[in-house]
Ligand binder design. Structure first.
Ligand SMILES: [Zn+2]
Length: 388
């Protein structure tokens, strides 16, 4: 196989208001603690060329994804664009503006980053060189907890590394299911949160770039921290980097094939809060005439590493189920890439889905108020099952 890599900074300038996405309204960015990135990993074998893109953003809707793909269409490659879901970057979806009636997205910023994402996709493709791949996974207990269902925790770190003929690392891929929200609701500093620390640490140790994808982080998989401080983000990022690199050092690179298969899926949008947001022009209304949202799932195979992509924030119970299915179907190591080619909010198990009587006071059922509806999980699971 051949692999290529490119990255670009996508930190917004602070000359005009930047509304940080992920908690309440009107959280204005005051400083830049560390840069946000778009990172692209290109993989090519005989049959397939695939570019995986990771964005340090809250989410990126499918129309925006295809707007980027349209710009690189001549390259004739499969492209998957996933957000890390950092809660300390600009609003790229619409819900976090100055108040609950005003969209927080800066259209100029959106078109600028689309140019950049297209540029790194093309740059990663012109950087292709021969590589072997290695993959493994390791459990890292104690860093993340599930705030909704404490008994269901996925603490598995899924890893891949691409090395050249002499074994020198070219790119390392990390995949972990936990919200990048060590920093918390009053933080005014732009940051990639723990994945930023993780990448920097891996890059220092390997001398090669690192790309991070969030896994099935719904549910609510969140960092198990006390102070929500930068020190804790440093600790978490460095710990994951260290454990991951140690696990990778124990496996050998091998010549590998890459494939990707896609399924289009659809699910009915039933959440009244989304309808309210459509009415207020906060979110783009992409429903068809029957009220369905069309989206997609993908199955990536990199040698024995299988990665399922899901269009939102999947709860860990479903993430664990998907990984078990992939292993039954032949995967050596399995992972889930969340918020991939779409961000439709939480993907909850059907039996766990109870839309609160008052969605403005959801209590234990907050996730339901940030989900398009009960139908998304079965569509995603059926779609991936058919690919397996
Ligand atoms: Zn979230």
């Amino acid at each position: 196989m051949n692999i290529g890599y490119a990255q670009m900074v996508i930190t917004p300038a602070l000359e005009k208001p930047v509304y940080l996405a992920g908690f309440g309204n009107n959280r204005r960015a005051e400083t830049i603690h560390d840069d946000l990135y778009a990172r692209a990993l290109a993989m090519q074998t005989d049959q397939t060329t695939l570019v995986l893109v990771a964005l340090d953003l809250i989410g990126f809707f499918r129309p925006d994804v295809y707007d980027v793909i349209e710009r690189v269409k001549t390259a004739g490659v499969a492209v998957l664009i996933a957000s890390t879901h950092t809660h300390h970057g600009p609003d790229t979806m619409g819900l976090w503006g100055p108040d609950d009636k005003t969209c927080g997205v800066d259209a100029e910023y959106m078109s600028a980053i689309k140019e950049k994402i297209a540029a790194i996709i093309l740059a990663s493709l012109s950087d292709l060189q021969p590589a072997s791949a290695k993959w493994t996974s390791v459990h890292v207990p104690g860093l993340a907890k599930n705030a909704r269902n404490p008994e269901i925790v996925d603490d598995e770190l899924t890893l891949a590394q691409f090395v050249n003929e002499s074994g020198k690392p070219l790119v390392t891929l990390f995949n972990f299911p936990c919200h990048p929200e060590v920093l918390w609701e009053h933080n005014p500093h732009i940051t990639a949160d723990y994945p930023g620390v993780l990448r920097t640490e891996v890059e220092q140790q390997t001398g090669a770039p690192c790309i991070f994808f969030s896994g099935a982080l719904g549910g609510m998989m969140t960092p198990d921290v006390k102070d929500h401080s930068f020190e804790e983000a440093e600790f978490m990022g460095k710990k994951l980097a260290q454990v991951g690199l140690e696990a990778l050092s124990k496996v050998e690179g091998q010549r590998s094939y890459v494939s990707v298969e896609q399924r289009e899926i659809k699910a009915k949008l039933t959440n009244i809060l989304y309808k309210l947001a459509f009415g207020r022009k906060l979110l783009p209304d992409t429903r068809d005439k029957h009220g369905f949202i069309h989206t997609e799932v993908n199955l990536i195979k990199i040698g024995g590493l299988w990665l399922a992509t899901v269009p939102g924030e999947m709860l860990p119970k479903l993430g664990l189920q998907l990984k078990a299915w992939m292993k039954e179907a032949g995967a050596g190591v399995a992972g889930v890439i969340g918020l991939a080619n779409d961000e439709l909010g939480y993907i909850l198990p059907e039996e766990d889905f109870k839309y609160p009587w008052n969605p403005f006071r959801p209590g234990k059922h907050y996730e339901e108020t940030n989900s398009i509806g009960k139908g998304i999980a079965p569509s995603v699971m059926d779609g991936l099952k058919s690919l397996l």
